[in-house]
Design a protein around this ligand. Structure first.
Ligand SMILES: Cc1ncc(COP(=O)(O)O)c(C=O)c1O
Length: 395
């Protein structure tokens, strides 16, 4: 049977990391993977996570199964983090399962939607995170795109986006990035979100909000504005969140899939289907990451420390956005790259050609995905000048 398989190309982003690791150039720069790095190019475990791990080692009493929903305490606390003191919590309309990362949450959301409406169409932004297409297709959905980024003017193409959303059939699903859009870094502003929420309500499509970078844009509550607004506007929605980036828990695989129904009775039915979807996929989620997050969120001291560490990551990324723009100017680049400072989160499109991306890799050992998306966290004061000089050289 296996001899019938055909070789598949490696995942473009994961394949880039492999090439980067094998490169012996001491000046090499990795701007590929969406992983936070400090000034020394490291991704250390957060101090608050280390402390939560010490507590967990001392206090964990059992390794017995947790059940398909995962830890109830994690689910409660992640809802508070994502939604604040929202009506949907007070009205008991939300049901949550902890999942293996944000990707697990998206896959569960996809399978849940497929249980409601087999083969439903989900609309994703053009462009979107490369894995959205694969995850939803694997869950049995049909994937279509709506316009989002204006490549020429390096901004959100809001008029085209909103016009397309108005045309979406009411039984379809629309995926929205809550904040720090991956890959463009370009988010709707508050007024634009209000318009999007009003269209979702009018048209009646199901919004699935993907929040993988809460706290990396403007702040924890600020970045969740879109989620809370959407939950105000519609009766039913799905929220997929990830603790990979904001808690630095990438490999622990912890996220959440939260489904909001129109009332508590509907939510109970949702829960039964949600648990079945999890049970037939991976039975139950890993527990370690959830235990760390619930410990941090349940302690004033650890929460304060986490807020500080998160702000440090956010501020460093924003500082590197400005530094890159300044260094490009210093190195004689006349093209306007100021849009980089108007974007949020980990990513930006440089807007250079695939040939220029290739030259950066081959001649300068600078690793960027083919679309020219750069992960800003790979920039540091020690490599920004080399990076700007190399970009200037290929332009
Ligand atoms: C937009 C978006 N959604 C979801 C994810 C999934 O994150 P993870 O599965 O690592 O938690 C990512 C990760 O890069 C992402 O960028």
């Amino acid at each position: 049977m296996f001899s019938e398989l055909k070789q598949l190309p490696p995942d473009p982003i994961l394949g880039l990391s492999v090439k980067y690791k094998a490169d012996t150039n001491p000046n090499k720069i990795d701007l590929g993977a969406g992983v936070y790095k400090d000034e020394d190019g490291q991704t250390p475990v957060l101090a608050c996570v280390k402390k939560a791990e010490t507590l967990r080692t001392a206090n964990e009493a059992s390794k017995a199964y947790l059940g398909s929903a995962g830890s109830a305490l994690f689910n409660e606390r992640i809802n508070q983090l994502n939604l604040g003191d929202h009506n949907v919590i007070r009205e008991n309309r939300i049901r949550t399962v902890s999942t293996p990362g944000g990707t697990g949450a998206l896959r569960i959301a996809g399978e849940f939607i497929n249980s409601c409406r087999p083969g439903a169409t989900i609309w994703v932004s053009n462009p979107t995170w490369a894995n959205h297409q694969g995850v939803f297709t694997a869950a049995g959905l049909k994937v279509e795109t709506y316009p989002y980024y204006d490549y020429e003017n390096k901004c959100l193409d809001f008029p085209s986006m909103i016009a397309a959303l108005k045309q979406i059939p009411k039984d379809d699903v629309v995926l929205l990035h809550a904040c720090c859009h991956n890959p463009s870094g370009m988010d709707p502003n508050a007024e634009q979100w209000q318009e999007i929420a009003a269209v979702a309500k009018d048209v009646g499509f199901l919004p699935v909000v993907d929040m993988a970078y809460q706290g990396f844009g403007a702040g924890l509550d600020e970045d969740a504005y879109s989620v809370r607004l959407m939950a105000d506007a519609v009766d039913e929605m799905i929220l997929c969140s990830s603790c990979s980036k904001n808690f630095g828990l990438y490999r622990e695989r912890i996220g959440a899939c939260s489904i909001i129904g129109k009332d508590a009775t509907a939510a109970d039915i949702i829960q039964s289907v949600l648990l079945r979807v999890v049970r037939v996929n991976y039975s139950m989620p890993p527990a370690h990451g959830a235990a760390l997050v619930e410990t941090i969120l349940g302690s004033d001291e650890l929460s304060a420390e986490w807020h500080g560490e998160l702000a440090e990551m956010r501020d460093r990324i924003n500082g590197m956005r400005q530094l890159l723009v300044d260094k490009l100017t210093e190195n004689g680049v006349t093209r306007d790259f100021s849009f980089i400072t108007r974007q949020n989160g980990m990513f930006s499109f440089l807007g250079i050609t695939p040939e220029q991306v290739q030259r950066l890799q081959e001649e300068y050992s600078i690793y960027i995905v083919g679309s020219s998306r750069i992960s800003i966290a790979g920039i540091s004061p020690s490599n920004a000048d080399y990076l700007a000089k190399s970009i200037a050289a290929v332009l």
